[in-house]
Structure formats: C-alpha cells, structure tokens
Design a protein around this ligand. Structure first.
Ligand code: JFZ
Length: 482
C-alpha cells in the first residue's frame, strides 16, 4: 500500500525538474519562425499614449445603425429571428430592392447631442459606430457610393453629427467598417477567374478610397474596427490588409486597428502563422468571454470584446421576445469580467429608424451608468490583478497598484476568501462607496477572510484592498500565475 504512494510522491517532486528540463527544447522550437511579409508588425502591447487611452477607456458602446433598422427584422410580412442587420441575406432581398429603403430613411427624432448625453451618462468612454455595415449603406456622404445618407430624405451627414457631438462630451469615436459590401458589383467572395481578380482589385481600390475619405473627413477618429473580412477573396490578399493598416496609421497618428482586419501571407487571420497578434488588439471575443481561470494568456495582449443585449441582435429588431435579453447586472458582470482579464467591453445599441432608442436600451444605459458612477474606479484604467480567481467575483488592479474586489456573489458565510501569492499580505480592506473598513482575518498563510459590509449593498459592490509585498516589489503578485 505504501510503496505506490512513495513512488507517486517522488514522481510529483520530480515534476518541476522534468518540466524545467523540457523548457529549452520548447523555446527552441518556438524560435523557428516562418518568415512573413504580412504578419505581425510588432510583438507585445503598444504603449504609446493613444493605445494607453484606448485601453484605459475600458467601457465602450457600439452603435449598429443602417437601413436594416427600417424593416427591423420583418420582410414581406415575415419576421426573421436572425440578426436584424442580416435581414437582406435571410430574406434573399436583391441589393437594388434593399436600397429602395433609402427613400424611407429619415430619422426625424435623431438628436446627436441627446445620444452623446446618453452614452456619457452610461459611463461609456468611447463609441464604435457602423459607418457602413455589410448592406453597403453609408452613414456619411461618401463620394464613392450612390448608397449614402446624402441620397436619402434626411440628406445630412449623420456620422459627422455624431463625431462632433460625442467628441464634445469627451467621448472617443471609433469607426466600424465592413469590408464585405453587398451593394458593390465588384465585391467577390472568392477569386475564381481572371475577371474576378480584376473586379476585386477595383473593389479594393474603392475600399481604400472610402477609408481615406473617412480618415481625412473625420480626423478625430480614434480607431477603425474592421469586419466582414472572412471571405477567401480577402484571405488571399493578406498584403492588402497589412497595407490598409499602414495607410490608416499614416493618415491618423495614433489610430488603433483591430485584429479582425488582418490576414497574413498564408491567409491566417487575427494571429499570424507564427502565433503573433496582428493589429493592435484582438477583437475575436464576440458575445463570449475568455474563461476567467483557464484563459489567462489573454492578459498578454490588448483585447476588446463586444456584446449584444438580446442573444444576437446588433441592428434594431422589432421583436425582442424571440430571445433572452440580458439584465443590467449580467451586462455589468461581463464588463468587469473583461477588465479583470485585461480587456475592454463594448455594449451594443441598435437605434430605431426614427433616430430614437427603444426603451429597454435607454433603461440599460441608465442602469449601467448608475453603477459605473459609484464603482467605475474599479473599471476605468484598471487591469488584470494577478490574483487567483475566487467565487465571489473578479479582481481588478488600478494604476497605483491598488487591488479591487468586485463582488457579484454575496456569500452566506459573510466572508470573502482572498488568496495571495507568496510574500504578499493583505493590510486593509475598505468598502469603496462608504470607506467602511472591513475585518481581515488571516486563516492560513496567504489566505484571508474579508468580512462583507455590515449592510448588504444590495448590488454588486467594490472592496479596495491594500496589499503589501514583503520583497518591497510591487509587482511580485502580478507575476504569480494563478
Ligand atoms: C459581425 C457582423 O456580421 C454582425 O452583423 C455584427 O456587426 C458583428 C459585430 O460582427 O458578426 C460576427 C463577426 C465575427 C464573429 C462573429 C460574428 N466571430 O469572430 O466570432
């Protein structure tokens, strides 16, 4: 009975040595990189002021607004449960017929100042706007397309109005841009013939022109978020995705670009054939988040997740009863979850065709704003804290090294477990809103019970921790992989 146990223990004791012995071999194989012309331009995170601002913003809003807001998911008397902005595709509507919706585009209730105020009150530090979604309709008067807001009864430059009003409130504006364009005769899903190749190169030139137009008409744009880049035609033209990133960075100093734009020499997307992130931040987390225990690798690069309120509706859909709609606490949970793993979160809004927001979205923006107003200190400019995830919620870490516990699950035991890396002790715990000092009991080395507040806050709340590192090195606990 005893022998197998001893063998097991000896084996366990040897494991670290074994894994260490294997390390040089692994490193060597990692260094054998494929030469790439259109791979990652850089290794590691950008640290310039524009990127730091992008990262520190942490909470953003997405606006999906286009012709699809008019039918709101319904075509010829049939309601399609799929994403409303894809209705043209679900109902197989030809582009020229779809574009007839332009004659009805007249958002009389649109008020850029009121929109800016709503997002400001929500606590969004930036807004991503669909300048052009897959349908091809442009919210700005592009001189390269017939399908723009200028050719509608509304006439005025909607994008320009938003940029101006949002910037006035101190909100950064990012441009969503779909490369795939269902309205353009030269768009190709695949390149099968020499004619396809000629048409598609015209299409890429058209796209370059539109992007240059956006970058020069709206020079305060902070970021381009590319979408509709998954087709074979684009994957086979990885050079073009690298060229676009370079072109925009020359036109707009400091501009940031999402990874979804890029494809490398071999058509590999987001991460190049050597596993390095292309673009400035990863944008693949969509309507899902990393696993908070397993996926700590994401803390190595910048990333931004985006989410819908119903299951999968980005544009306005008239019937939200077709899927589950998230509650404010569920949305706030996802915002904090993202920040706790070093990411940003963008919450989507799909305005109505009349230029107003549905009541559910207004209520959501308000609820997020009320919470952010009290607890935003644990979100803005915060990052991964380097402490082992516990069941009560998420840790974040501020710029001064202060650690926040954002408590989503109030425990019956009335204490919250905190585990620290070797050499790090908990000195003090205070409730962020009132400054109430909470009792801290060391239960075991590097393990503590922090008492919950005397009065249950009745909502997710934040405790600020003061930690002390014995080595005097503020960063020790950051390095402790959990
Ligand atoms: C795209 C669009 O098709 C959709 O309409 C919306 O604009 C959304 C933000 O982006 O949809 C995607 C794109 C990529 C993934 C999933 C949905 N993805 O990488 O998992």
């Amino acid at each position: 009975m005893r022998k197998p146990l001893i063998i097991l223990l000896a084996w366990l004791a040897l494991m670290p040595a074994l894994s260490l012995a294997q390390q040089p071999k692994q490193e060597k194989s990692e260094k054998q990189e494929i030469p790439l012309k259109y791979g990652a331009d850089r290794l590691g995170k950008r640290q310039d002021p524009a990127m730091v601002k992008f990262r520190d913003n942490r909470l953003g809003a997405f606006i999906h607004w286009g012709l699809y807001a008019i039918p709101g998911g319904e075509w010829d008397g049939k309601v399609y449960p799929g994403a409303a902005e894809w209705l043209k595709s679900w109902a197989k509507v030809p582009s020229d017929e779809w574009m007839k919706l332009m004659s009805q585009w007249n958002p009389t209730k649109f008020d850029a100042t009121a929109w800016a105020k709503m997002f400001k009150d929500m606590g969004a530090r930036y807004v991503k706007i669909t300048t052009k979604h897959h349908e091809g309709f442009c919210l700005w008067p592009s001189k390269y397309s017939k399908y723009t807001v200028a050719q509608t009864p509304y006439k005025k430059d909607l994008l320009g109005e938003m940029v101006k009003a949002f910037n006035k409130e101190g909100i950064d504006v990012d441009f969503y841009f779909s490369v795939m364009d269902w309205s353009h005769p030269d768009y190709r899903y695949d390149i099968k013939t020499p004619e396809d190749s000629i048409a598609f190169s015209r299409f890429l030139e058209f796209t370059d022109n539109q992007l240059k137009e956006l970058a020069t008409r709206y020079p305060t744009v902070k970021d381009f978020w590319f979408d509709g880049t998954w087709d074979a035609s684009i994957k086979e033209n990885g050079w073009w995705t690298a060229h676009v990133e370079k072109m925009l960075k020359e036109l707009v100093p400091g501009v940031t670009i999402n990874s979804r734009l890029r494809a490398d020499d071999y058509g590999k997307r987001h991460f190049d054939s050597n596993g390095h992130l292309m673009g400035d931040y990863e944008s693949g987390y969509e309507r899902r988040l990393p696993d908070p225990v397993q996926d700590l690798k994401v803390t190595q690069w910048d990333w931004e997740a985006c989410m819908t309120l119903p299951e999968n509706q980005w544009g306005y859909h008239k019937d939200w009863s077709l899927s589950y709609v998230k509650t404010p606490i569920e949305v706030i949970d996802r915002i904090v979850h993202a920040v706790s793993m070093g990411g940003n979160m963008v919450v989507n809004f799909g305005p109505q065709a009349d230029g107003d927001f549905r009541p559910e979205e207004k209520a959501m923006a308000k609820a997020i704003g009320q919470w952010m107003h009290r607890y935003g200190q644990a979100v803005y400019a915060c990052d991964y804290a380097g402490l082992a995830k516990q069941d009560w919620g998420y840790y974040t870490r501020g710029k001064q090294g202060e650690v926040y516990m954002v408590v989503f699950n109030q425990p019956y035991s009335r204490h919250l477990i905190v585990k620290t890396p070797k050499g790090v002790t908990v000195q003090k715990a205070t409730l962020l809103t009132t400054g109430e000092e909470l009792e801290v009991v060391e239960t075991t080395r590097n393990e503590y019970n922090v008492s919950v507040p005397a009065q249950d806050p009745g909502e997710p709340y934040v405790i600020q921790l003061q930690l002390h590192s014995k080595e005097g090195n503020k960063d020790t606990y950051r390095d402790a992989l959990t």
